[in-house]
Design a protein around this ligand. Structure first.
Ligand SMILES: [Zn+2]
Length: 321
């Protein structure tokens, strides 16, 4: 064992020890909301590997960990419990965005086994049209164009092209994808799109106690599209979920969810149709401020990294604020 390895291991052990100590003391109070996208083996995916939050084994450990150490809550709890409730609790809500099929195949059995009532924000157009998401299509093109090139470089190329996509308007997006396909000499993705859940799977999850939230029809970054699109994206996505699943949809999550992905105007419009909306940045919704939480900017932590990272973040989520 080299000195460096030893130091690394010692540092790690020290961190884990501190984690345990802080957990015993109780370091935070409030509501921590976790965001997942895909669960599974990213290396086998021909689409965007960046949307994998973790693999199956780690996800199971993460869920067992929150079951053991925190109060796991449902979205109904978040909507109904009074502010005082959150002042004393370390509550965790588990959420998923977009509607990927591994949410059903991999995450759902684990959630059922541990009795965790997760909240799924579903983009209705993905489920209805079965078409691939633009970020997955771009990743597929780049992966084909740069076949044999080192993974890091492919990832850089994907990030560059995706970043440019964010800069263009919705009306130009098809042209842009056509051009990227031409340049990559792949054309557009024509294959089947086995990446989304279907309504039957979602109904089975609803029957097992899972909850659902709106996540638009077509997953635009709403602040970059014309405000005239907002009403359709906010209401039609919700209508399809309610129609297919026979559930009340009360909450929404802004696509991408960074602070620049929603505005005060968008929050106001969202409030006409939903009781609350979740962003996707920051740390814990602090218990001591529970009476004044912004219900249209409820914070979430997008989960990534190994189990050690998960333990640290759930122990000190206030560091993310
Ligand atoms: Zn999303």
């Amino acid at each position: 064992m080299t000195l460096l390895t030893y130091r690394k291991m010692a540092k790690q052990a020290e961190k884990l020890g501190l984690n345990r100590l802080v957990r015993l003391v109780g370091s935070w109070r409030g509501l921590l909301v976790l965001t997942y996208h895909r669960i599974g083996n990213a290396e086998q995916c021909e689409f965007d590997r960046g949307v994998y939050s973790t693999d199956e084994a780690t996800f199971a450990r993460q869920m067992e960990f929150i079951r053991r150490h925190f109060e796991v809550v449902s979205v109904d709890d978040v909507m109904r419990k009074p502010a005082d409730h959150w002042k004393r609790r370390q509550a965790v809500l588990v959420t998923f965005d977009d509607g990927y099929i591994d949410n059903y195949e991999i995450a759902f059995p684990i959630l059922k086994r541990l009795d965790i009532p997760a909240l799924f924000f579903v983009t209705s157009g993905f489920i209805d049209q079965r078409s691939i998401a633009w970020w997955d299509e771009i990743a597929w093109m780049m992966r084909k164009q740069y076949a044999g090139v080192e993974e890091d470089q492919v990832d850089d190329a994907i990030v560059d092209v995706v970043e440019k996509f964010y800069e263009i308007s919705a009306s130009e997006s098809e042209d842009y994808l056509n051009r990227v396909g031409d340049q990559a000499q792949t054309g557009r993705y024509q294959g089947a799109s086995p990446v989304w859940m279907n309504w039957g799977m979602l109904r089975e999850m609803a029957a097992a106690g899972m909850s659902f939230g709106g996540h638009t029809v077509s997953h635009p970054i709403l602040t970059r599209t014309s405000t005239s699109n907002w009403e359709h994206e906010l209401t039609e996505g919700r209508r399809r979920l309610e129609e297919e699943l026979d559930v009340d949809v009360q909450v929404f999550s802004y696509p991408v969810g960074n602070p620049d992905c929603f505005s005060s105007d968008l929050k106001q419009q969202t409030a006409k149709h939903y009781q609350a909306a979740f962003s996707c940045y920051g740390g814990v919704n602090q218990g001591k401020a529970a009476g004044s939480w912004d219900r249209f900017d409820l914070r979430r932590w997008p989960v990534y990294g190994p189990m050690r990272q998960f333990r640290m973040t759930t122990t000190w989520p206030q560091l993310l604020n």
